[in-house]
Design a protein around this ligand. Structure first.
Ligand code: PRT
Ligand code: ZN
Length: 225
């Protein structure tokens, strides 16, 4: 549990969600003194500290109560939840809101030259992914007997490099798949960034601050519609 009486929010330090997270906090009226290399940024006008970390660490920090809130892609949240459930470790969070950025889908893809394929093609194949838990659950659900190859980067080059027969990766425009000669198949998960809260948070001051920020968040989202 966090012993800090300032509300702790975990956001991605450097990456696709960073700028949108910083913009959102600004729109909520949270003034931050962001210095490039600092792990923690203190708000100058509210009792809020922002922790800037790798996105993969955000769900665990919130689940364990190290941070009270976090902003993370649903893809990462679902993957970490599945992993922690398998390990029998606390995996629940309260989802406060879906956010209007970070949209992508986790989809299967295979070499274009093979043409259109149905699910049975995956039988006995090796599929490279950064999301082995979500992929394994999908394969189980669909009754497909395929193996997963865990890669944390450059997943899209795996078939060409002979590391796998197919991939399961995030897609937004589809340009990366096309550039690597891959054909997109089923979407396994659709994802947006989301705001999550530690499910055991009880500090009255922190809860009051969250209650003050949530209508502002709804206002920001409505203004975008
Ligand atoms: O360093 P850190 O671990 O924090 O960052 P990261 O490298 O793991 O993640 P990052 O910054 O790449 O992405 C953060 C989050 O942004 C992801 O977890 C998703 O929730 C979201 N997001 C949205 C995406 C994309 N769109 C996306 N297109 N994450 C990754 N991609 C990649 C994808 O993996 C592929 O390589 O972009 C490529 C495909 O893009 P298109 O447009 O060519 O289809
Ligand atoms: Zn990451």
């Amino acid at each position: 549990m966090s012993n800090n009486n300032r509300l702790r929010i975990a956001i991605q330090k450097g990456g696709r969600l960073s700028k949108d997270c910083q913009d959102l906090l600004k729109q909520l009226g949270v003034k931050l003194n962001l210095r490039e290399q600092r792990l923690i940024a203190h708000s100058t006008n509210m009792p809020i500290d922002v922790l800037r970390v790798r996105d993969d660490d955000i769900p665990g920090l919130v689940m364990d109560g190290v941070c009270d809130l976090g902003i993370v892609g649903e893809n990462v949240l679902v993957e970490v939840q599945a992993e922690r459930q398998r390990q029998g470790v606390q995996s629940e969070v309260t989802k406060l809101s879906k956010l209007d950025f970070g949209y992508c889908r986790l989809a299967l893809a295979w070499p274009q030259e093979l043409g259109k394929q149905d699910k049975s093609w995956f039988e006995g194949k090796r599929i490279a992914t950064t999301y082995p838990e979500i992929l394994t659950q999908y394969l189980k659900r669909e009754g497909i007997n395929a193996s997963t190859v865990m890669l944390t980067g450059s997943v899209e080059v795996a078939p060409r490099a002979g590391l796998a027969d197919a991939i399961c990766d995030l897609v937004s425009t589809g340009a990366t798949l096309e550039a690597n000669g891959l054909m997109q198949g089923d979407t396994i998960l659709e994802s947006n960034a989301c705001l999550i809260q530690n499910k055991d948070l009880q500090d009255a001051n922190k809860l009051a601050l969250i209650n003050k920020l949530m209508p502002r968040l709804r206002g920001v989202r409505q203004a975008k519609e």
